[in-house]
Design a protein around this ligand. Sequence first.
Ligand code: GDP
Ligand code: MG
Length: 439
Amino acid sequence: LTERLQNAISKLRRKGKISEADVKEVMREIRLALLEADVNFTVVKNFVKKVKNRAVGAEVLESLTPAQQIVKIVNEELIEVMGEEASPLNKSSKIPTIIMMVGLQGAGKTTTAAKLANKLKKEQNARPFMIAADIYRPAAIDQLKILGNEIDVPVFEMGTDVNPVEIVRQGLEVAKENKNDYVFIDTAGRLQIDEKLMNELAEIKELANPNEILLTVDAMTGQNAVEVAQGFNDQLDVTGVILTKLDGDTRGGAALSIREVTGKPIKFIGQGEKMSDLDVFYPDRMASRILGMGDMLTLIEKAQQDFDQKEAEKLALKMRENSFDFNDFLNQLEQVQNMGPIEDLIKMIPGMATNPALKNLKVDPKDLERTKAIVYSMTKQERENPNLLNPSRRRRIAAGSGRPIQEVNRMIKQFKQMQDMMKKMSNGNLGGLENMFGN
Ligand code: GDP
Ligand code: MG
C-alpha cells in the first residue's frame, strides 16, 4: 500500500500545484490506508471529508511538494483527533489513587494492571496494591497473584465465593490501612458486553469512586473495538483507554476510531506480554503507524527544518567549482545522520522512491561512523586537498582511524566518485546517485 501511495505522490510531484482532482487522488489512497489499518468505516469517511476540506485551497509550503503537503495535513489531523499530547494518569489529591480496569475477557486487563503497577513502582517509587475482583474465570486470581509476586506488589483476594463488590470494599480498606498510594481493581470481563457484567461494574464504580476507569481494548479486534469502547463508555463513562497487543501486525487504527467515537484519551499502549511492555501513548507516533508511512513523515518535517538554505547555496557553488572536499563531505555526513535513515532520505528525492535499484537498499549507520573516523584521521591539508592522499598518507590514516587500509582506499575512491557525481548533478543530472552508498 505504501508503494501505491508513493506512486500517487510521485505522480503529483511532477505537477506544480494541487488541483481538486489531485487531492482526490491522494485521499483515495489515504482512505485505503486507514481502512487497511482497521479504522472504523464511518470514522474514515468523516476523517477524509475533513481533510479534503482543509487541503483544497491550502497553501503549499515552499520546501514541500503539493502531495507532501497533503500528507502533512493528513498527519496533523490524525494527531489532532488522537489528542495531540500524551495524556497522564489522573491522580487523587490524597492517597490512594484508585484505578479500575474494565474490558472484555482477554483484552489484557489483568496483565495491564500489573504492568502499570510495575511502571509506577519503578518510575515513581510508588507502593501499589492490587485487588482480585474477577471471580468468574478460573485461575484469574492465580494469574494476578503470580504477576503480583513477579513485580513484588501485594494482591488482595477472597477466593471465588465472595461477591466482587464486597471484595473491593474490603480490599480498599486494607489498602488504606497500609497506606498504599495506588490501588488497582482487576475486574471480570465477558466475551461480549452483557447487562450482568455492566451492573456489577457499575456497582464497583459507585463503591470505589475510582480516579481512573481504564478501558482495556485489544487492538487486534480492529473494527469491533469501536462497539466495545462505545458500550463500556456509555455504561461506565470511562476516563481513559489502554490499547493492548500493539506488538503484532496491527497498524492500530482502533486508536483513531476509539478516540473519535468516545472522545476519551488513550493513555497507554501494550506492546508485549512482559511486564516492561507498556508504553505511554503518543498521538504523533500512532499517526505515522496508522498511515503506514514509517519515517517519511519525520522526513517531511525534518526536510523542512534542517534544510539550511545558505549551506545549500554554498554547496551548490562548490559543486560547480568542483571544490567539494572532505570537510564538506563530513558536514554532509553529519547532516544526513541528523535526518534519520538514509534509505528513507533517498526515497524522498523525486523519482527515487520507485527506482528499482534502490528497492533493497540498506545502509548500516555504523558505516557512517567508520567513514567519519577515517576523515577525522586526515590532516587539515589532506581534507582540503584529497589529491595529497598518497599510499604512505593512507597507511597513516588507516592506523590512526583503526580501519583497514582497504577500507580507507575504498572510501577515498567513493569520495572521488561522489565528487564526479556532484559535478554531474550540478549540471542537472541526478544519475549515479544510487552508487553513492552501494559498494
Ligand atoms: P483479561 O482477561 O482482560 O484480564 O486479559 P489478560 O490480562 O489475562 O490477557 C490475556 C492475554 O493477552 C494474556 O495471555 C496476556 O499475556 C496477553 N496480553 C496482554 N497484553 C498484551 C500485549 O500488549 N501484547 C501481547 N502480545 N499480549 C498481551
Ligand atoms: Mg483478567
